[in-house]
Design a protein around this ligand. Structure first.
Ligand SMILES: Nc1ncnc2c1ncn2[C@@H]1O[C@H](COP(=O)(O)OP(=O)(O)O)[C@@H](O)[C@H]1O
Ligand SMILES: CCCC(=O)OP(=O)(O)O
Length: 359
């Protein structure tokens, strides 16, 4: 059986590519994208050909042939709400990702690229725990305005992967504990995780703390007034909210390392913007603690910003009273994608059908 897996993960700030044999990483690379490089594209879907070419070029230079792979694993995008698991990438999924049915995000590109490569080279394509994973309890679904539904969109892939590690490190059964998982990336997800399921989370595209790139929750009437007054074109406004908000808007950079350099050199504005983000993250963690009536086994921090001692200490100072704070910098997305597909290749799990599973 061919268990060699190509893993592709286009994120808002990078494109990650890796090759695994089952869950053993054989090769990996990350291509970072500067904001200038991305700003030339009006919509994220416009990056499709460019990102696909980058992936194919990297693979070629590393000496890999796509028809040598047993499967392709793609980070899944903004699909219709579905439970967690491994899904076959099919044409319906690709249509939804292509048209941005549930919104725009760089991870929408992964499924499309995987499907196109899979069709061309006759390799099956899968996605695992996409950002659209929705395991909300009923109370989580209310927005306060019946016409507007809360959508569950989060870093489900990494949150779930790290939740397993946290349970192992605590020596507890994941199915029996409550966790608050925090992914600190280009977007930020703060999730209430019960028995491994994400029962509530801020929508990392539209709600919660502001992040390196996103505005987070906004005062609603102020936003409506802003739109009426300035009449921004739709795609420009979306870019402002999703790709150029938060730290990027306050400081001109989405890079935590750059901001910390500025703080060290006495930049007060940079410090206030960074501290404001940390404050909002801590508040969101406090909110999620109430989901469990305070009964939380651990809060865990993961994602790129969890490498930062400044961010981690700032959050710990405010939330340590809730539960122990555990730190897992970076992301295990690539390994978790490979693991999900490996379970399917080995017949340990059946792949799910998107159309039949949509909520
Ligand atoms: N050592 C570090 N110190 C501070 N910020 C960091 C560090 N390493 C990465 N970051 C920041 O983490 C963010 C990206 O996190 P990552 O999890 O890679 O993003 P994504 O979720 O978009 O894939 C960026 O703002 C980056 O500048
Ligand atoms: C929509 C949730 C996923 C997300 O925000 O990912 P990035 O941090 O990679 O943009």
């Amino acid at each position: 059986m061919n268990t060699k897996i190509l893993v592709i993960n286009p994120g808002s700030t990078s494109t990650k590519i890796a090759v695994f044999d089952k869950i053993e990483e054989l090769w990996a690379t990350t291509i970072d994208h500067k904001p200038d490089e991305l700003s030339r594209f009006k919509k994220i879907i416009d990056q499709l050909e460019w990102r696909q070419e980058l992936i194919q070029k990297e693979l070629k230079e590393a000496g890999f042939l796509i028809n040598d792979f047993g499967a392709i694993a793609a980070r899944g995008g903004l699909l219709d709400p579905i439970p967690g698991g491994t899904y076959i990438v099919d044409s319906l999924m690709v249509d939804h990702l292509y048209e941005g049915k549930n919104g725009e995000h760089a991870s929408n590109l992964a499924g499309i690229i995987a499907y196109r490569l899979g069709q061309e080279y006759n390799v099956p394509a899968y996605t695992v725990d996409p950002v659209a994973v929705d395991e909300f309890i009923d109370e989580s679904r209310f927005s306060g305005m019946p016409e507007l539904k809360r959508r569950c969109q989060s870093h489900a892939l990494n949150l779930k992967a790290i939740a397993r590690r946290v349970a192992e490190d605590l020596g507890k059964d994941l199915n029996t504990i409550n966790l608050i998982g925090v992914h600190l990336g280009g977007g930020i997800s703060v999730a209430a995780i019960k028995g491994g399921r994400i029962i509530d989370v801020n929508n990392a595209n539209q709600e919660g703390p502001y992040s390196p790139e996103r505005v987070g929750s906004l005062p609603s009437l102020e936003l409506v007034n802003y739109i009426y007054k300035n009449k921004p074109p739709y795609h420009e406004l979306k870019k402002k909210l999703l790709g150029q908000g938060g730290l990027s808007a306050y400081t001109g950079t989405n890079d935590g390392r750059e901001i910390e350099k500025r703080i060290k050199s006495g930049d007060r504005e940079a410090k206030l913007a960074y501290d404001g983000m940390i404050y909002q993250i801590a508040k969101e963690i406090g909110k999620m603690a109430t989901v469990f009536r305070g009964k939380v086994a651990a809060v865990y921090l993961t994602g790129g910003l969890a490498y930062s001692e400044y961010v981690v200490q700032g959050i710990k100072e405010r939330v340590s009273f809730i539960a122990p704070v555990m730190v897992y910098p970076g992301a295990e997305e690539m390994k978790h994608l490979a693991a999900g597909v490996t379970r399917v290749l080995l017949g340990e799990e059946s792949p799910r059908d998107y159309d039949k599973t949509r909520l």
